[in-house]
Design a protein around this ligand. Structure first.
Ligand code: CTP
Length: 402
């Protein structure tokens, strides 16, 4: 599973670094290309020569090579990797990762990274259970990082408790399992709507909403990373994607989004309706800027936009999976289930504006996924990237594999 995968192995300064030598060896034996980055303190525990010999690549530790002035680009490294593993992750490195203290190559690369990140903590038991460390690890998880929990046993201090870095064989297994699922959407065609729609009133004013498109783009990335061919019909957002498996179809209005979706939904195996479509548009769009009138009120007549999800639901074909979204403020489950039925969907992702961290513009979301068969899957507040994984896991495991 790791053959050809590009892995950054970040090593920070803890005694467990000696086990990372074995991890590097196991990764290389599995066919991975491994680039080691060491913090200055890590070099006190194991030598760069050991790691560069095992991985057949010079270890990176400094921002540049002093005698040649060659700069090591953490940005390129972050883009290069299929995964980054920080093992051991000391309390200090975990804190720096959680708060963006970018004072060494490992942290700058972490902050530049687009790949999944795995963190294997190792420290003494009291440091491990200190509220600061507990909180920092929670923060890392909420940003979508995977924490490989340390195990219990005798520690370097000879105290016994939780804080031993997970064994290299088990870290390797976590990575192999992660990559094993990544092609489970191969050959599937996925159509996704994302972002807001913008309905003009005149050349200057419009009706729209606060949707950032982050959730839809995260789902598109997740599906593409798992092998799907994705078409992303996107309203105006400030996001972009470099993923070769994603074709972005930019649209502005609900009418344009409706047309683009109807032209493509027939050929799609999965349709995810994530856009915040304006329900109404101005009946008349003035071609000149509207002037302030003589009265102190103004009425703009609005007419209904097409319900894209309902239209897709009405012409769905056998085996096609339809996923909708609902953002509710009251009687959430009841309203979401009514939408699922009305629009003929298989599942609907409910976010409540009452939940902290959920909704527009945020990087996190707290959702429940309601299925047609009555099942309700409730999740903690997570990064939108991880929410996207939960949604796609349900699509794959409960529908595509059946
Ligand atoms: N939707 C759509 N086209 C519309 C309106 C909504 O495709 N014109 C989709 C959304 O992308 C979402 C689902 O329908 O997947 C529910 O959207 P929501 O705005 O919550 O539902 P509405 O039917 O518009 O209900 P209301 O605004 O009255 O709550």
């Amino acid at each position: 599973m790791l053959k050809g995968k590009k892995i950054i192995l970040g090593v920070s300064g803890g005694i467990a670094a000696y086990k990372t030598v074995i991890l590097a060896r196991l990764l290389v034996k599995s066919g991975a290309e491994v680039q080691v980055i060491m913090t200055p303190n890590a070099k006190e525990f194991i030598t760069p020569l050991t790691m560069s010999t095992i991985t057949s690549k010079p270890v990176i530790s400094d921002f540049f090579t002093a005698n040649t002035g060659e700069w090591h680009s953490h940005v390129n490294l972050g883009l290069w990797a299929d995964a980054m593993v920080v093992a051991p992750a000391t309390a200090s490195t975990i804190a720096k990762m959680a708060h963006g203290v970018a004072d060494n190559m490992l942290i700058t690369t972490y902050l530049s990274s687009k790949s999944p990140i795995f963190v294997a903590p190792a420290m003494d038991l009291d440091m491990m259970r200190h509220p600061t460390t507990v909180h920092n690890l929670e923060l890392l998880k909420s940003y979508g990082n995977h924490v490989i929990e340390p195990t219990e046993g005798e520690l370097a201090s000879h105290l016994v408790g939780k804080g031993r870095m997970e064994e290299p064989e088990n870290i390797l297994k976590v990575l192999s399992d992660y990559f094993a699922t990544t092609e489970d959407m191969a050959g599937r065609r996925v159509l996704i709507t994302a972002g807001p729609t913008v309905e003009n009133i005149d050349p200057v004013r419009f009706i729209s909403n606060h949707s950032s498109g982050k959730m839809g783009y995260a789902i598109a990335e997740e599906c593409a990373n798992r092998g799907a061919e994705v078409t992303l019909v996107s309203g105006p957002v400030s996001l972009s994607t470099a993923n070769e498996r994603i074709t972005v179809v930019p649209v502005t209005t609900a009418i344009e989004m409706h047309e683009s979706v109807m032209a493509r939904c027939e050929e799609s195996d999965v349709v995810v309706l994530c856009a915040a479509v304006a329900d109404y548009r101005a009946e008349q769009v003035c071609d000149k800027k509207m002037k302030r009138g003589s009265t102190n009120t103004l009425t703009i007549k609005l007419v209904e936009n097409p319900d894209i999800a309902k239209a897709v639901g009405a012409k769905r074909h056998d085996g096609q999976i339809l996923v909708g979204f609902a953002l509710e403020t009251d009687n959430e489950e009841e309203h979401a289930r009514a939408k699922l039925e009305k629009k003929n969907l298989d599942m609907i992702v409910l976010n409540s504006l009452q939940d902290k961290g959920a909704g527009f513009g945020t990087d996190t979301n707290k959702v429940k996924i309601l299925e047609r068969n009555g099942a309700i899957n409730a999740y903690e507040c997570k990064s939108k990237k991880m929410v996207a994984k939960d949604i796609v896991d349900i699509v794959v495991n409960n529908y595509l594999k059946k």
